[in-house]
Design a protein around this ligand. Structure first.
Ligand SMILES: CC(C)(COP(=O)(O)OP(=O)(O)OC[C@H]1O[C@@H](n2cnc3c(N)ncnc32)[C@H](O)[C@@H]1OP(=O)(O)O)[C@@H](O)C(=O)NCCC(=O)NCCS
Length: 180
């Protein structure tokens, strides 16, 4: 396990950077926009701001969602976030994107997902954590399975897929499937 990965809560000053990593990096084409993802257009700043509202970048409403900066040896290498926590089901959905291809393929994203899930479980009481990539994103699916996720047909409450072929993976602490 790589102990050099750290997560820190993002602040308002991180928002533009997180948007640029999502929409203007050499990894963008691996998750958004044509030619591979014409069904998931690259968001504009306005689209992004409508989804990633203020509470993702401050501590005002931690149950509604929060972004974190992923650091490797104090270099910022990406972002990971959770969305609204369903207090009945004790669940949430997460998203991750790294900042540049030079940080990918090293297992750092996998390690960030592991650390983040344990934080969500231990600190915010999440028993079920979902992630929903495109079936075309084989790297992401492989990474999430390595981080302890498995495919499920039980969709989260009010699930809105991002892709025409979204698949849902779950890390379920109730079933103690926490091996990774
Ligand atoms: C998806 C992501 C978080 C994975 O994190 P990562 O640390 O880069 O994961 P890695 O590439 O090290 O590991 C994933 C596995 O997939 C493999 N892999 C890499 N590229 C692949 C590809 N094109 N097809 C299939 N498998 C691939 C890796 O070899 C690795 O397996 P291994 O450990 O057995 O060798 C990161 O690559 C990323 O941010 N990608 C761009 C954004 C994105 O797709 N986000 C997810 C949206 S749902």
């Amino acid at each position: 396990m790589d102990q050099k990965i750290r997560l820190r809560p993002a602040g308002p000053e991180d928002k533009v950077k997180i948007f640029n990593w999502l929409t203007k990096s050499d990894l963008t084409r691996e998750m958004l926009g044509p030619p591979k993802f014409p069904d998931a257009p690259i968001p504009t700043w306005e689209d992004f701001s409508a989804d990633y509202i203020d509470h993702y970048f401050d501590d005002a409403q931690p149950l509604l969602g929060r972004c974190f900066i992923i650091e490797y040896q104090y270099t910022e290498i990406g972002q990971i976030n959770y969305n609204q926590i369903d207090s009945i089901e004790k669940s949430t959905e997460i998203d991750i994107w790294l900042a540049d291809s030079r940080y990918a393929g090293k297992g750092w994203g996998i390690e960030a997902v592991r650390i983040f899930c344990n934080y969500l479980h231990q600190t915010l009481g999440c028993e079920k954590i979902y992630i929903a990539p495109s079936k075309r994103n084989t790297r992401a699916i492989k990474a999430y399975k390595k981080a302890g996720f498995s495919e499920t047909r039980n969709l989260p409450h009010n699930f809105i897929p991002d892709y025409s072929d979204s698949i849902v993976l779950i890390k379920n602490y109730q079933n103690k499937i926490t091996g990774a």
